[in-house]
Design a protein around this ligand. Structure first.
Ligand code: PLP
Length: 421
């Protein structure tokens, strides 16, 4: 029953039925939350072995005493395990603290205050702008907004950001100094950047101190048998004549423990030397004991892949459940479209133009917390008020079923209201 081909009288009937359904939903006294992409307790249990490590061991394989200060670039053996997963040479990957967002924040602050490699002046000596593929990750936008960096939305296509738009923008505006990008199973659209798009982005004629934050948060978080091979982004950038253009980031936040994992930064030697110079002024070194326990837990790269296969067993049915409910409840009405991601943590739903905020508000009043409408856009401004990010990972399947069914009722009700107005 395509809502767009219904008469006003038919739509009114549909709306009235939905209102009844919605009141029942409200009466159920729900308290459900599908806002953030957090691992479920069941997923976290997969890594409980870490809680007993490193045991009595405190030396890294090369003899470093992990209990003591030092080793600001982290355990090189841990970089060796993770480097192939990020498509980066181990020599270009450092292991840091527990959060890649923290690294992205530091990279930005150091750029603002000191200027990145190749900059004539600190970024903060003039206006600074970042390209933001949309829809994107709200916390990226939060970092840049908090420092007064102007954010320019650029469209995300099925193979990555629109390179032509990016190329034109950076060519005519040298104050564009950065770009956020989630290259694998992007947050929230699930898009994976193609080789061609990656080459285009590293080849663009941009300011010397323009940096792509290649945030590979979901590099190994696949839901399918044949995941994409990691692009060797630093090599592509070097081949294109811009070896310092890319900061590659990642972490084990959604591999082991979201609050107690290990984050990584991959970059050219010049960029790493620059970063470590300023990093060593704010810390004498990362938590190497945590790095050591990760190294014991993941002795080789294959062990990480095997671990991710177990995450997939837990996550894939939840993604399927959400897709089944969306298909069942929303497909025929033609008021919404959604992604079918092959990995990552999100399903991105576009509801009828002008109804995302209303859908989220209706859901909230029925006890279902959704990510704020607009959160996937810079400044929280979704120009069409249509995008809503669904995070299926945390709730159990019963809760997820109720939450998604309620979400569908709210999206349909909001659509009838707009179509009848
Ligand atoms: N980058 C992206 C794209 C994310 O979706 C997330 C978490 O949701 C993060 C980074 C946060 O990573 P970390 O826990 O390493 O700071």
């Amino acid at each position: 029953m395509n809502y767009h081909s219904k008469s006003p009288a038919e739509l009114r009937d549909i709306r009235d039925d939905l209102r009844v359904k919605y009141r029942e939903l409200q009466a159920a006294g729900l308290k459900l939350d599908i806002t953030r992409g957090k691992p479920s307790p069941e997923q976290l249990d997969l890594s409980n072995g870490l809680l007993h490590l490193p045991g009595d061991e405190f030396r890294g394989p090369s003899g470093i005493d992990c209990r003591n200060y030092g080793g600001v670039s982290g355990l090189p053996e841990l970089s060796e395990v993770f480097a192939p997963l990020f498509g980066i040479d181990p020599a270009n990957l450092i292991a840091a603290g527990n959060s890649s967002l923290d690294l992205m924040n530091d990279l930005t602050v150091f750029g603002l205050l000191h200027g990145p490699v190749g900059a004539e002046k600190p970024w903060s000596s003039g206006p600074v702008k970042f390209l933001c593929p949309v829809p994107g990750y709200d916390r990226h936008f939060g970092v840049t907004e908090s420092y007064g960096i102007e954010m320019i939305p650029v469209p995300m296509r099925p193979d990555g950001p629109d390179v032509d738009v990016c190329t034109e923008l950076v060519a005519r505006d040298p104050s564009i100094k950065g770009m956020w990008l989630v290259p694998t199973y992007s947050n929230p659209t699930g898009v994976t950047v193609s080789d061609e798009v990656a080459r285009g982005l590293v080849s663009m004629a941009a300011a010397d101190d323009f940096r792509i934050y290649w945030d590979n948060a979901y590099a190994v978080h696949t839901l399918v048998d044949e995941p994409p091979q990691p692009l060797r982004i630093l090599e592509l950038a070097a081949e294109a004549g811009h070896p310092d253009r890319v900061y590659a980031l990642g972490s084990t936040s959604k591999i082991t423990f979201a609050g107690a994992g290990v984050a990584f930064l991959g970059a050219s030697k010049a960029n790493l030397d620059w970063f470590v110079k300023y990093l060593s002024l704010k810390t004498i070194g990362p938590d190497k004991i945590n790095q050591l326990r990760h190294l014991q837990f993941f002795p080789d790269t294959e062990s990480v892949r095997a671990h991710m296969a177990r995450h997939r067993e837990i996550l894939a049915p939840k993604f399927q459940l959400v897709l089944d409910i969306l298909d069942d409840r929303l497909a025929s009405s033609k008021i919404a479209s959604w992604t079918r991601p092959e990995g990552g943590y999100f399903i991105s739903v576009d509801v009828l133009d002008g109804t995302a905020a209303r859908t989220v508000a209706l859901a909230k009043d029925a006890g279902i917390a959704l990510t704020a409408a607009g959160a996937t856009f810079p400044y929280g401004r979704d120009p069409n008020d249509e995008n809503i990010r669904i995070a299926p990972s945390y709730p159990g399947t019963d809760e997820l079923t109720v939450a998604m069914d309620g979400f569908a009722t709210c999206a349909l009700l909001a659509a009838t209201e707009v179509l009848l107005s």
